[in-house]
Ligand binder design. Structure first.
Ligand code: TXA
Ligand code: MG
Length: 362
């Protein structure tokens, strides 16, 4: 299959798409309506879209990603009105969450209507729904008829793509079109909140944090512990969280502890590994960066600059793959607020290998 790549710049607030871009999105919408697949930018990560109400499209998505078909897809909508087509009931809390965070980087799990095929929900009676804020995504969804099933546009097991380059690397020849909208603003997947239970439960942390949700509903939300302790054998509620995820090809280890100890531990390890013939990489913060001596040293942002850390993480993991780095060490980050989503993804990428520098040094 020949994969067409088209560039579409989301215009600034109040401005319009160019005629050519509008025509490209219309054509992309027609591809989706006919059962084809189109990858597109969102504010979180790139999505691999198909018509959510067409069972064959959903099957094609699973095949293109090499994804197990019991791992359900998120349906993307472009208007609140359309929600009632695909869900049955909306609790007052779900309404508050939608009002506070949509359009935006948040996915709600709701009870599905009969219009949603089981192929899209991996056999579940519930459906994941997101109304993204990205204007290119919104326009594509509108042109496609309103319901786009889209997982992240990576091959199963690889880090989610935050630029079209990495979508093409995984999806070239497997889908009809890639819409290149530049780099994603947030860089980590949406927060998933199960609104079929009370209190609502966070199944995957993201840009919208526990604190933000609790403020919006003036009440408690459950932050599902299996998210932070995956690998303990407990079954996560979001089926996707049980699979190996976000992983670079090289082995990744997270090193926590006092900055100077982290720096010396990582340098000691990378020089040993380098001598043993490994290609070494470091994910470091601005503050420590000049002190590292690995083969490839990547700056993820300043310590505490969480938005930058979130935006750069997946790109850095992909760059290490491009450079065939075999041993990667990363600094550890605060797990509060957005840091919770960052550490959730980093821990998964590392297969939960985390070392405290102090302990090992003494
Ligand atoms: O930011 C995002 O959410 C991106 C963009 C493209 O919107 N999408 C994304 O989709 O990350 P995906 O398929 O990579 O992750 C969706 C997660 C999976 O872990 C899946 O198991 C879970 O959502 N999920 C989907 N439907 C569900 C349901 N009905 N109940 C529980 N979990 C569900
Ligand atoms: Mg994914």
């Amino acid at each position: 299959m020949n994969t067409e790549i088209v560039r579409v710049h989301a215009p600034a607030e109040g401005e319009a798409f160019t005629t050519a871009e509008d025509a490209a999105l219309k054509r992309a919408g027609e591809i989706l309506q006919k059962g084809g697949l189109v990858a597109f930018p969102t504010e979180t990560v790139y999505g691999l879209g198909g018509d959510a109400l067409n069972p064959t499209s959903s099957q094609k998505i699973y095949a293109a990603k090499n994804r197990p078909s019991d791992n359900p897809l998120i349906i993307h909508i472009c208007s609140l009105e359309d929600l009632k087509e695909i869900t049955t009931d909306l609790s007052p809390k779900a309404k508050q969450i939608a009002a506070a965070f949509w359009p935006g980087p948040l996915t709600m799990i709701l009870n599905k209507s009969d219009r949603v095929p089981k192929e899209t929900t991996g056999g579940l009676e519930t459906v994941a729904v997101r109304f993204p804020s990205d204007r290119t995504a919104q326009k594509l969804i509108r042109y496609s008829g309103g319901f786009v099933a889209a997982p992240s546009a990576n091959l199963s097991g690889k880090p989610s793509p935050t630029s079209a380059k990495y979508v093409a690397e995984d999806m070239n020849g497997r889908i009809d079109m890639i819409i290149d909208g530049g780099d994603c603003q947030i860089g980590l997947e949406s927060t998933i909140v199960d609104c079929t239970v009370d209190p609502p439960a966070i199944l995957r942390p993201g840009y919208v944090t526990e604190e933000m949700l609790e403020k919006a509903i003036c009440g408690k939300v459950d932050a599902d512990v299996t998210m932070m302790t995956a690998g303990t054998g407990q079954a996560p509620k979001a089926p996707g969280m049980k699979y190996r995820h976000y992983a670079p090809k090289g082995e990744l280890v997270i090193v926590e502890g006092k900055p100077e100890k982290v720096l010396s531990y990582i340098n000691e390890q990378t020089s040993l590994q380098h001598a043993a013939g490994e290609i070494t990489g470091v994910i470091g913060t601005k503050e420590l960066l000049s002190g590292y001596s690995a083969d490839s040293v990547k700056c993820i942002g300043g310590r505490g600059e969480e938005e930058s850390i979130a935006r750069n993480l997946y790109n850095i993991l992909r760059e290490f793959d491009d450079e065939n780095v075999t041993k990667i060490y990363s600094e550890s980050f605060d797990a509060n607020g957005l840091g919770q989503a960052i550490m959730n993804r980093l821990l998964k990428a590392a297969g939960h290998k985390i070392i405290t520098a102090e302990e090992r040094k003494e």
